[in-house]
Ligand binder design. Structure first.
Ligand SMILES: *Cc1c(COP(=O)(O)O)cnc(C)c1O
Length: 475
């Protein structure tokens, strides 16, 4: 399998080449040259694999179609060490729970940090360690986080040979639970840097360091952000697993409702659908930051400024632009790289928007690609959490609540609707208390983590100081 850039660059690359890279050289995102097609017979075979051998075996089947530069037995071993009951708290890895009628919840947040990002990041940690050992290289991952991504990255990379993590976060701004999750890690290769500033200051530091090409090369600085193709690919697997749990035969189709921010999760659903998985609709659920809902309703993609980007009670969906969205637009426009380069290049940076409302491709988006959308507000979130608890004695987190709210608006008779549960409620306890007047349940392994010793350095928002700290730790 060869990979190409969404902006039309002529180069083609293999999986392990793009694994450790960010953007393509022309600023585009990597996608496979084609989507392997899953025939009815293969789908039946995979259904058996999933039921008889489990999630890791299914992951190997899916990944094999996209990764041909890792020997099969190694790839299988990587899947088997990643998707275990020990790491994901349940042998089913992504259990399906019934909510009401045709509405289901697929649990993607039983991993080490209790959010769905573990599903991909845990695999990425093992892939990085494998590939760096093969090359005899080191990698220093530099990131910025306001919560979920940073902790998922640290729990995936802790103790991994060849990898160090330097994670910046805004000092004092994460929830006590999130701080405890990250700062209690004592592994030598994990470095927490609390920046005296806001999340944007952290992101600016990461950008400044990455733009210093000499430093970047000398210290082998890399990232693990959501545009990484390997992360997206890992997420494709749970669409298949959700489908197999919700159906008994391949004639049945299923819809998925996905709490969305950077469009990584639902983009994986798009890839599964392009491979031939019988998905009726892909329901994009946004919060008040409704960049994506606006696009799917009107054809206008309008990036928000910081004054128009709201802090909400589903904070992992608080985005001003959706960094994976370019991948879908590439497919929507018939894989026209020149056109994508024109839309997402300097024009978007300058004007802040593009408009596809008059394009025939957009008019067919829902019909050809199954996309529909909706948005949810703080009030909706509270009401949905209350209602789900009152009627089903089930506590759902704020992001999942956005998914359930929008899913209910798009149900079709006879088609199971699977809502992806993207976090456990304990991560966002404040809003749960607001909705239910009680604390959410805390998994036993997180009992008392706020009291554990913390390993973190506090620094002013200074690029030079962060660089100096990295240099010191690399010696
Ligand atoms: C990251 C995240 C999302 C958004 O996922 P995208 O892939 O960015 O669309 C939703 N919910 C939770 C809990 C998350 O951590």
């Amino acid at each position: 399998m060869q990979y190409l850039s969404t902006r039309g660059h002529p180069d083609r690359k293999r999986f392990c080449e793009i694994l450790l890279e960010g953007l393509a050289p022309d600023g585009g995102l990597y996608l496979p040259e084609h989507y392997p097609q899953v025939s009815d017979a293969t789908l039946s075979a995979w259904r058996r694999v999933y039921h008889d051998e489990g999630y890791a075996a299914l992951a190997f089947e899916v990944l094999s179609l996209y990764i041909d530069d890792i020997p099969a037995q190694d790839l299988r071993a990587l899947c088997e060490t990643t998707y275990t009951e020990e790491v994901f708290g349940t042998g089913e890895i992504v259990p399906l729970r019934h909510l009401e009628d045709d509405l289901w919840l697929e649990g993607l947040s039983n991993g080490p940090t209790l959010a769905f990002k573990d599903m991909a990041m845990q695999l990425l940690g093992n892939l990085f360690e494998y590939e760096l050992a093969r090359r005899g290289e080191q990698l220093n991952i530099l990131g910025a986080t306001s919560g979920d991504t940073g902790s998922a990255a640290e729990y995936a990379m802790r103790g991994k040979k060849g990898v160090r993590v330097f994670m910046t976060s805004p000092h004092g701004r994460m929830s006590p639970f999130q701080q405890a999750q990250m700062f209690s890690l004592m592994d030598d290769n994990i470095h927490n840097i609390a920046i005296e500033g806001v999340f944007d200051d952290c992101q600016d530091i990461v950008k400044a360091v990455s733009n210093d090409l000499a430093f970047k090369r000398q210290y082998k600085v890399g990232t693990v952000n959501s545009i990484n193709w390997a992360r997206l690919l890992a997420q494709v697997v749970y669409y298949f697993a959700g489908y197999f749990q919700a159906t008994t035969a391949n004639e049945q189709s299923v819809s998925f409702a996905v709490p969305s921010g950077n469009f990584g999760n639902v983009c994986a659903g798009h890839v599964a659908r392009m491979m031939g998985l019988p998905i009726a609709q892909l329901v994009v659920a946004t919060n008040e930051n409704d960049v994506l809902d606006e696009f799917f309703r009107t054809g206008m993609y309008r990036v928000r400024g910081s004054a128009d980007t709201f802090e909400t009670s589903s904070p992992s969906m608080d985005i001003s632009k959706a960094s994976n969205f370019e991948r879908f637009v590439f497919d929507l426009l018939g894989r026209d790289g020149a056109r994508v380069a024109q839309l997402f290049g300097p024009q978007l940076a300058r004007a802040g928007h593009f408009d596809l409302s008059g394009d025939v491709a957009f008019a067919q988006a829902a019909e050809r690609f199954g996309f529909v959308s909706g948005k949810s507000t703080h009030g909706d979130r509270i009401a949905t959490i209350r209602d789900t608890f009152a009627r089903h004695a089930m506590v759902i987190d704020t992001h999942t609540a956005d998914g359930v709210k929008v899913a209910r608006e798009h149900r079709q008779p006879g088609v199971p609707m699977v809502v992806l549960e993207t976090a456990l409620p304990i991560k966002f306890a404040e809003t749960i208390v607001e909705a239910l007047g009680q604390q959410p349940e805390r998994p036993a392994r997180f009992e008392g983590i706020e009291a554990l010793p913390k390993r973190v350095v506090v620094m002013p928002a200074s690029v030079e100081m962060v660089k100096a700290y990295m240099v010191e730790k690399c010696e």
